[in-house]
Design a protein around this ligand. Sequence first.
Ligand code: AMP
Ligand code: GLY
Length: 431
Amino acid sequence: MNILILGGGGREHALAWAIKQNPKCDRLIVAPGNAGIAEIAECAQINIMNGASVAVFVEENSIDFVVIGPEAPLVAGVADVLRNGGILTFGPSAAAARLEASKAFTKEICAACGAPTAAAVPFTDLDAALAHVRAKGAPIVIKADGLAAGKGVTVAMKIDEAVDALHQIFADTPDAAPGAAPGAAPDAAVVIEEFMTGEEASFFVLCDGQTTLPIGTAQDHKRAYDNDTGPNTGGMGAYSPAPVLTEAIQAQAMETIIRPTLAEMARRGAPYQGVLYAGLMIEDGTARLVEYNVRFGDPECQVLMMRLGAQVLDLLLACATGRLEEARVNWADDHALTVVMAANGYPAAPETGSTIKGVEELPDTSLQTVFHAGTARQDGALIATGGRVLSVTARADTLAKARDRAYEMVERIDWPGGFCRSDIGWRALAP
Ligand code: AMP
Ligand code: GLY
């Protein structure tokens, strides 16, 4: 079968790597792809935000299955256009993608189905929002509604930080909610939330509109530097499984959060088809929802793909064809860990154009590989083109061994223009 993956980050390289191992995959195209993806698949330039352009490409290239990686095309309705055109597609509709596109919408769904989450109030008016923050006090969480668009979330430990965040959100877009995705009307400018304490973990569940199938847990490292210091990033490393998400807590999350949400979405005429990524806060043996994403996490996808391997294609196909009921995950008793290497200056101002050496010499097996994100080839040399550049990923029978294997590879990468954290996995590996 001919398969098209939309996206060009570490997540899509990992998806391509796993899908390519399945004998059902004859031809694999990734748009736009990157230098690492180009070694295992064809890369194509299409406007992945435009469903009609993707549909034309699918027709011309006899594509049988489209996998959508990032949230932006999902929120823009690319999956709807493809499915309406009879094209087999993995990824939720624009209506279902509102679970990521609008935090106010997600809160409304949680309230309707009783899913435990932080208490939250949406605001469209700055003065009302300021009054609410002053009445509640700190710590308090301020979230710009809509796709984050670089602003996102402020966890304010002091009132002043909350006030500053509100002023900034309203100053940037006085007339409309910030970060609004094209075509998706935002529900509020800002959502103000109760601060939750606990340990965060990510839970990934496939849904075909009816049936659900958990496909793994992971923990991300959001801060740029060691000991969870420095600015927030897209994620500097991850591992799977996340020991904090025990079988019992996963069952509770399925029972009280995931299934009620999906039932509520179906009831509203927006059944969910794709992977639902639940960010959970775990405290006292109970999970509460922090947020939903409507796609795989990056870098969480890299560790999930390394653990699941070739069967991923069968699972995604079962999901897209409504046959998840028949699907089973073939679990191995293993652990995967990925270390993200980012360009110096990331996340504020990553320096691009530096040369990376040594990646080609590293072993590339089912136990270890380097996924690329922001890379390109220039006269044969590997060049950094973006913020997060490489995901150095390994698998082993223990997390400690997976970590050691990943850092051995990091040591052998010669890249003065980049940096990484040296403590990925610390939480799960702490004595
Ligand atoms: P979000 O984009 O909603 O996932 O928020 C980004 C990050 O902010 C989360 O991963 C948490 O670390 C933190 N966060 C979000 N909401 C809360 C909350 N209600 N209480 C504490 N931390 C939060
Ligand atoms: N690693 C966090 C995310 O993909 O949203």
